[in-house]
Design a binder for this molecule. Structure first.
Ligand code: AMP
Length: 565
């Protein structure tokens, strides 16, 4: 993949996408393809098979969705699906469906997600009416195939998304069974964040002479300044605006640039930040040169504190005053990360780079570290108390400085007329306290009181431990300690019902928002099983599994009563 800091960067139009798709992308505020899209779309449009090593956050979904939508003929016409995407979890299946739907809206594409836990009646009706693209978890897809309600005979395109994750969850056999029903003559795509030998085996088995894409070989941090301190904070999506505000309060940057993915995100975030009392200006590719110059000028003259920008708009920007680069999302490629942080720390000056990552983007963060050779420290978000303490320290430091150079006519003497009469009425300490309060609050009071949950399952708490035990494993040691931040759940089915670890992982990941790798130790006894899950997800998992079946049985699920730590 090539460097993307030039005018020769291919646009979506250069990639020969049809107008309906270009319109959809423009409507979503996508300014240019990400590196994986630039590399994957041309071979896919030619009909080639493709292997892509790419994690969430790279834009991989659009990389396969756009060519699929372009190559489907007769959108909205037939009954049987033309394309199938297999995904490891309900969460991902829904995300991919939403993306397909957004991109394919103008083409009239009918998209159907199929996963366990969703009422089957709705799926049946939609399948009967006819669909163009099905996005399914392997278990539920196989269910429908064996009921005869999903027919794969007209498929021309198949995607294995997050293939490593699917193997980890024990879906290898299900996938094999599904492929028995797919025509030999087809285009196959496989995406995986990692490429262990088992994935190479899958590639050889299902793909023919595939194009191969790997992210980020070109990026290197060798020439980049080492004076930039780099850190990342893992924050659930819904709390990102509050987390950003918290960071800004804690850091009080002189001038910062906040990077977003799309124009829409830039506009929304600017509005949110202004609503929270920051002075933010938007900068994106939809603005003309004059408007952009004005924004940059405001930052230079300190009329604005923050610029919220897309990569395209910020290209070539050189603002000496910049102290902070904030990535509101993990950048789509290591190159983009290197370019962004290159905006600060120029000419040996110190700079700070901060990245907000959603839990599911942690692999991309790791990829960036690996490819660039830079160290990005994952830190805990400062608490409200931390920010308050820091603000008080800033006020104290400012007062100390003022006391240091208080000689001369411009010093403190002229305020005697204020302090002396007050000191007759009040204690001097009280007067000082009131004055400090005024000075402190003049800098803006902190209104941020939002609780931002700490993401405890990240990095995963030794997620794979215990799963190797497999069927017929040992009896659970009920006294075994529960990992930090984890809760043990009791599930009322066990070995006699034929339950294997992958069944539990599949059921939990398929029904709840939890991902396979977030699940901790699993122990299977004859009549029950014990599964460790992140504390914060326990209620969600219990609610999601209520009323569903595991190995054809309805199972009790609750918190295990005896949890030793
Ligand atoms: P993915 O890696 O497929 O999960 O995509 C990550 C995020 O990037 C999603 O929110 C997409 O909507 C967004 N995205 C994908 N492609 C682009 C693009 N070319 N420009 C801006 N945002 C994008």
């Amino acid at each position: 993949m090539t460097d993307n800091d030039s005018d020769t960067v291919a646009s979506f139009a250069d990639l020969q996408l049809r107008q309906e798709l270009l319109d959809a992308l423009a409507g979503l505020g996508y300014e240019e393809p990400t590196p994986i899209q630039r590399a994957a779309i041309p071979p896919l449009l030619e009909g080639r098979d493709l292997v892509g090593q790419a994690a969430t956050g790279t834009g991989k979904t659009a990389a396969f969705a756009l060519p699929i939508l372009q190559r489907i003929t007769g959108h909205g016409e037939g009954v049987k699906p033309k394309a199938l995407v297999l995904a490891p979890t309900r969460e991902l299946a829904v995300q991919v469906s939403e993306a397909m739907h957004r991109y394919g809206h103008e083409l009239g594409t009918r998209v159907l997600p199929i996963y366990g836990g969703q009422p089957i009646g709705r799926q049946l009706k939609a399948l009967e009416r006819g669909v163009d693209v099905v996005i399914a978890t392997p278990g539920r897809a196989l269910d429908h195939i064996s009921r005869g309600t999903l027919s794969l005979g007209e498929l021309t395109m198949v995607v294995l998304d997050e293939a490593d994750e699917m193997l980890d969850m024990g879906f290898a056999e299900d996938i094999e069974a599904i492929f028995q029903h797919i025509p030999e003559e087809r285009q196959t795509m496989l995406f995986s964040a990692t490429m262990p030998p088992r994935i190479s085996g899958m590639v050889d088995h299902y793909l023919t002479d595939p194009a191969r894409i790997e992210l980020g070989r070109a990026a290197s941090a060798k020439d980049e300044p080492s004076t930039v301190s780099q850190s990342a904070y893992v924050v659930p999506r819904g709390h990102k605006p509050a987390a950003l505000g918290r960071m800004l309060d804690a850091e009080s940057p002189a001038a910062a640039i906040v990077f977003c993915r799309t124009r829409e995100e830039v506009d929304q975030l600017t509005e949110t930040l202004n609503g929270r009392g920051y002075r933010a200006e938007p900068l994106h590719g939809g603005m003309n040169q004059q408007q952009r110059d004005r924004v940059v000028e405001r930052l230079r003259s300190a009329t604005a504190d923050l610029v919220v920008a897309t990569d395209v708009a910020a290209r070539g920007l050189d603002i000496e005053q910049l102290t902070h680069v904030v990535n509101y999302n993990v950048p789509s490629a290591p190159e983009a990360y290197v370019h962004r942080i290159g905006r600060v720390g120029r000419a040996g000056r110190e700079g700070t780079a901060i990245t907000l990552a959603e839990p599911r983007e942690h692999r991309m963060l790791k990829t960036i570290e690996r490819v660039t050779g830079m160290k990005i420290a994952v830190r805990k978000l400062p608490t409200i108390a931390d920010v308050k303490a820091q603000r008080l320290e800033q006020t104290r430091a400012a007062l100390w400085e003022s006391l240091q150079d208080s000689d001369g006519s411009d010093g403190l003497d002229r305020f005697r007329a204020v302090v002396e009469p007050l000191a007759e009425e009040f204690d001097v300490m009280e007067v000082a306290l009131a004055a400090v309060k005024l000075a402190h609050e003049a800098d803006g009071t902190i209104t941020d009181e939002e609780e931002i949950p700490e993401v405890t399952s990240w990095p995963p708490a030794d997620g794979r431990r215990g799963r190797k035990d497999g069927p017929g494993g040992r009896e659970p040691r009920r006294g075994r300690a529960v990992g930090r931040g984890m809760t043990r759940l009791f599930v009322g089915v066990g070995r006699t019902a034929g339950v294997r670890p992958q069944d539990l992982v599949g059921a939990i990941a398929g029904e709840s928002r939890l991902r396979g790798r977030d699940i901790g130790a699993i122990d299977i006894a004859d009549r029950f099983s014990l599964v460790d899950v992140p504390e914060g997800a326990a209620d969600d998992v219990i609610a999601a599994l209520k009323g569903t079946t595991i190995k054809g049985r309805k199972a009790t699920i609750r918190r295990e009563r005896f949890q030793s730590r």
